[in-house]
Design a protein around this ligand. Structure first.
Ligand SMILES: [Zn+2]
Length: 180
């Protein structure tokens, strides 16, 4: 999908889009959703508000607001300290898109989302005083049967070290690790 990150998770009963790459990725993602017959995204998750991760969301949100063949039900973002909340055009467009769909932002907390044939554990960033937005990345652990996939957004050493030392990842034994 070129520059930036995006993962589409499809199960027997649910669809989740983790990140949406850069703005230019939106059309490819919308085409993929049509190709796979996805008419409802249970969650879209912006791991952290950098343009190469949330850049594609505004167009996807605008599409869902305008057309009946795509509904977005929930939007998750990391909790951020006030001084880390971006003021970028991309982030403003993202917020506008969320509003156009009549949604509000859900801040990530430790929880597991039931996706039918799979489950998605939300692992929020443990820190509150990182200097980089990357370290506020929401991590997610997808388990499907005995197979685990671990997605880490752009988490770098500070967040990784805090996650490891907190024991949060003790049960995470991924078969596939998607690193930032
Ligand atoms: Zn980043």
């Amino acid at each position: 999908m070129g520059q930036g990150d995006s993962e589409l998770i499809l199960t027997d009963s649910a669809a989740v889009l983790i990140d949406a790459g850069e703005q230019s990725a939106a059309n490819d993602i919308l085409a993929d959703l049509q190709k796979y017959g996805v008419t409802k995204l249970d969650w879209i998750i912006g791991t952290h508000p950098h343009a190469d991760h949330i850049g594609g969301f505004p167009k996807i949100l605008d599409y869902a607001a305008a057309y009946d063949d795509l509904t977005i039900e929930n939007v998750m973002v990391p909790a951020l300290p006030d001084d880390m909340v971006p003021t970028t055009r991309t982030y403003e467009n993202f917020l506008d898109g969320v509003e156009k769909n009549g949604l509000s932002l859900t801040q990530a907390v430790s929880t597991t989302i039931d996706l039918g044939s799979a489950s998605l554990e939300i692992i929020p960033s443990p820190g509150e005083d990182y200097s980089s937005l990357n370290d506020y990345s929401i991590c997610t652990y997808l388990t499907c049967g005995s197979t685990g996939f671990f997605f880490t957004g752009d988490a770098s050493k500070p967040e990784e070290n805090d996650l490891l030392s907190s024991g949060t990842l003790d049960h995470v034994h991924p078969d596939v690790l998607k690193v930032g």
